[in-house]
Design a protein around this ligand. Structure first.
Ligand code: UP5
Ligand code: MG
Length: 190
């Protein structure tokens, strides 16, 4: 995988900040493959694998699944896609995820797309989503937000220090957020 030098963009932001929504639009316009770490973990949880119960319990508490599990799923999906451009949505969520992904894959992200959105809006969106996700209840949403602030924001700070963060105001309507996203992905005219 590393020899193919795939292009990776990490897409980060709190629960409900619009990562999945915007990734779907980026795929349509810019030819990336969208890999949601959360979707891959939910699929693994439901597949009857030996890690299923552990994944279920951790997700229901808003905790971060050990990186070896998530990285294996991401690597497999990258190889199977046949593509060389990826949006990795919702990963890395903590310093351990970040360091392990880099060590195992030798891949450095091109940049990090960060959807910044206030917590009240995140809660409102998650509680309105209504798609049967077990972790979409007020108690777990609060835990997910806390884990985001404590564990995931430091990862964003790490990449900020490297000049790699592209921050977007994600509290705006979906189409306005995408206008800002497009500017970042559009080929630069010299
Ligand atoms: N919506 C979207 N954009 C909007 C806008 N601009 N204005 C108004 N509404 C908007 O959007 C959420 C809802 O808001 C939707 O109804 C949408 O229509 C609306 P969505 O695009 O789904 O937001 P997203 O950021 O993808 O929210 P999601 O809930 O998926 O984020 P999380 O980060 O919480 O969830 P994820 O699936 O990534 O992770 C779930 C759990 O898996 C984690 O808590 C953790 O336990 C585990 N996990 C790991 O352990 N490791 C990983 O690497 C990844 C996940
Ligand atoms: Mg999502």
């Amino acid at each position: 995988l590393a020899e193919k030098k795939p292009k990776v963009v990490f897409v980060l932001g709190g629960p409900g900040s619009g990562k999945g929504t915007q990734c779907a639009k980026i795929v349509q316009h810019f030819g990336y493959t969208h890999l949601s770490a959360g979707d891959l973990l939910r699929e693994e949880r439901d597949s009857g694998s030996e890690n299923g119960t552990m994944i279920k319990n951790m997700m229901n508490e808003g905790q971060i699944v050990p990186s070896e599990v998530t990285i294996k799923l991401l690597q497999k999906a990258m190889v199977e896609s046949g593509n060389d451009k990826f949006l990795i949505d919702g990963f890395p969520r903590n310093e351990e995820n970040r360091a392990a992904f880099e060590a195992v894959t030798k891949i450095e992200p091109e940049f990090v797309l960060y959807f910044n959105c206030p917590e009240e809006e995140l809660e409102r969106r998650i509680l309105n989503r209504n798609q049967g996700r077990e972790d979409d209840n007020i108690e777990t949403v609060r835990k997910r937000c806390k884990v985001f602030l404590e564990s995931s924001l430091p990862v964003i700070e790490y990449y900020k220090a490297k000049g790699k963060v592209r921050e977007i105001d994600a509290a705006k309507p979906i189409e306005e957020v995408f206008e800002a996203v497009k500017v970042i992905f559009a080929p630069k005219v010299e």
